[in-house]
Design a protein around this ligand. Sequence first.
Ligand code: 5GP
Length: 211
Amino acid sequence: MGKKGILVVVSGFSGAGKGTIMKRLLEDYPERYALSISATTRAPRPGESHGKEYFFVSKEEFEEMIEKDALIEYARYVNNYYGTPKDYVFQQLEAGRDVILEIEIQGALKVKEAFQDTLLLFVSPPSAQELKDRLVNRGTEERAIIESRLNRAWQEAQGVENYDYFVINDDLEECVQEVHNIIRNEHARVTRNHTVIENIRAELKGFAKGD
Ligand code: 5GP
């Protein structure tokens, strides 16, 4: 059997550019990565479509998914539900792809608790002012929502120590490469290579006896 993929959680303040980084990673390495598509009760932004950025569902539909245990994790974020459907993630990991979940911090910690070998990355803009400017310039949210998101960013900043890596998104190209390198290096960890190591040991033992 081939090697299983790594479960990677990418979090970061709203407006940190996570979505763009993930899209680029998938375009550049389509065979290596799969992006999990979450379900949410928030309304689509202009240009977003069902099944692409999110599965946009009603509150009732979301609660049914919770009841049926169809989600790996879910959380409330600024008055809406967001959650990760199980099936796709598990299929892709089995197929050997690294699966990326772009989720906020509560969900990230729940995933880590359930699957201890999850890799947690936190993406941040170079400064808080830059974060505010990006949110305002995106122009897709009302003022009150931007304020809630900045408030939430402040809360999330308190939890960064729970993550394995902190990546600054200053230059997009560099950031994509950095995230890719971190994930690639993670594959080389001894704890993720027990089967290969055991096989080589067994083989060596055979050779040693033969001498
Ligand atoms: P947005 O509304 O900007 O698309 O997303 C708001 C926040 O929800 C972001 O921090 C995003 O990463 C997070 N999010 C998206 N999908 C999920 C999910 O399935 N679970 C959790 N816990 N958070 C999610």
